[in-house]
Design a protein around this ligand. Structure first.
Ligand code: ZN
Length: 344
């Protein structure tokens, strides 16, 4: 009897300690929803695999899941040694998204992995499926909402955000505006965040304006590859509430210090945004990985540690505190990828 009471009190203690803080939100991993506060150190934009062949030819028949998982596994184990707990995988459908590999890698590494829904319009619509040309924004949204509610390709694996993309530098085409609209509808119905591969200022400004006109707060939008934009437009978008994702942190010994794309350049951009008061809207990651389906054994694979080996030391040198680094790599992803509808 005494043991029974002891067990009960342990159980109720566990139940109480598992209660989230009242303002906690959830994020959706391939293994289901977790509290945002459980994400821990997060790489907010990375890839496991990519298939460049195009929407008309890609599919699960194109790769061997076991071979891909074996190749990628050590790179994921390496980041768990740096304390990474959550890995956000940005490869969209028709470009090599495979949530089944992600689930296996999650089980084998203990990483919480998040996948996505949505369509990728950049590269002259090479990765856009045929049906997207004829269907309305509402019809496309229905497909993405269905993945969120029921799972991807008949599985129970659900996306945790949208990854879309639009053409570089140009005004938004009709098709790309439709994709942004479909993302807005999906956001209203699911609360998923919209991450948009956006190269250059103009398409960033147009998407922010379009989302606002559709009644969505730019807080629901991540400017993916914001490093391709000017500081002025980064600041403008942040002022509108958008997330500024500086996501190609990559040490290259051929870069001269401060050259665009160098570690110092990233540290400088982060510092400038911080000084303008936007530390709480910056996401930092490598956009690395890329097991290439068309290459033997996936070709060159880029690991996910430059942030720890180069960028963090550089930020430390610039006086970034532990709290500020925690804001960038732990707290910001929790808010950015939380499942909640954001309206102005
Ligand atoms: Zn990417």
């Amino acid at each position: 009897m005494k043991n029974g009471i002891f067990l009960l009190s342990i159980l109720s203690f566990l139940l109480i300690s598992c209660q989230p803080p009242e303002d906690d939100t959830v994020v959706m991993t391939v293994n289901g929803a977790i509290f945002s506060s459980e994400m821990g150190l997060t790489l907010s934009h990375e890839h496991v695999m990519v298939d460049w062949i195009g929407a008309d030819s890609t599919g699960y028949h194109r790769w061997d899941r076991a071979e891909v998982a074996e190749r990628v596994l050590p790179y994921l184990q390496e980041i768990t040694e740096h304390g990474v707990q959550t890995f956000i995988e940005f490869t969209p459908a028709y470009l090599g998204r495979d949530p089944f590999i992600l689930q296996e890698l999650s089980q084998r590494t203990g990483l919480q992995i998040i996948t996505n829904t949505g369509y990728y319009g950049a590269v002259e619509n090479r990765f856009i499926p045929e049906h997207a040309y004829e269907e309305s924004a509402e019809q496309l949204a229905k497909r993405w909402v269905d993945e969120f509610e029921n799972g991807i390709d008949g599985s129970e694996l659900r996306p945790g955000f949208m990854k879309i993309s639009v053409a570089s530098e140009e005004p938004l085409s009709e098709l790309h505006s439709k994709i942004v609209e479909a993302a807005a509808i999906t956001h209203f119905e699911t609360g998923m965040t919209i991450a948009s591969h956006t190269i250059g200022d103009r398409p960033a400004i147009e998407q922010v304006e379009l989302l606002k006109s559709l009644g969505i707060s730019p807080e629901a939008w991540i400017w993916t590859h914001a490093q391709s934009g000017s500081l002025d437009t980064n600041l403008w978008a942040a002022g509108e509430g958008a997330w500024i994702s500086l996501d190609n942190v990559h040490y290259n010994p051929e870069h001269t210090a401060g050259e665009e794309g160098s570690i110092e350049w990233y540290a400088e951009r982060i510092t400038e945004l911080k000084e303008a008061g936007y530390l709480e809207q910056i996401l930092v990651s490598h956009d690395a990985g890329w097991y290439d389906v068309g290459e033997p054994n996936g070709g060159d694979f880029r690991g996910y540690t430059d942030l720890f080996d180069y960028l963090i030391p550089e930020l430390n040198d610039r006086g970034f505190s532990e709290d500020e680094l925690n804001q960038l790599l732990v707290k910001n992803p929790q808010v950015a990828f939380s499942i909640r509808v954001r309206v102005p």
